[in-house]
Design a protein around this ligand. Sequence first.
Ligand code: 16G
Length: 189
Amino acid sequence: MNTSSNSDFAKDDELELFNSSLLTRLPNLPKENGLLVRPLRSTDYDKGFIQLLGQLTDVGNITKDQFLNRFFKMKIAGGYYVVIVEDLNGGEVVGSATLVVEQKFIHNCALKGRLEDVVVNSKYRGRHLGKLLVSTISQLSRSLQCYKLSLDCRDRLIGFYESLGFQREVGNANSLNIRFETTPEHSRL
Ligand code: 16G
């Protein structure tokens, strides 16, 4: 009987959020010298992943335990594909983007992809890593049989995403939010 749980996980063990073959088998995965495109790993807390997300929005003071807790919840739930760019020269995480695959009843029980949390270390801007990440997620969502891939973004980035094939659909190009008050307790959920 398998009685293992998160608490049995040795913190030095390295696990991937999803099977890396899902990326390596993509036909058009661009190759970049000295950079590795791969799934998020359980060891990425120590490679600057949280600091990188801080270049996108507020992240808070996440401890390694909180990171691992969220990592395992995503892994167990399935449908979360956090794709990383690592600079092999120094072993730092320098780019990240997430595909979330939503299960639907509509369209014959289809899958819908959402592109989330695209961020590239400001020191690496101009090297087209954003394009690399978005194109990887786009191919991944297609290979997972999503019927569409959608995103929200800052107004100034609309042109960037349009240049990569996203379209503002006529009559269907709005993004609306309600923002709720949160507390640090939410990170335990
Ligand atoms: C952007 C991101 C979104 C992220 C949000 C955070 C992309 C394509 N969009 O809209 O995924 O969650 O910023 O902003 O990366 P917030 O902290 O204001 O919610």
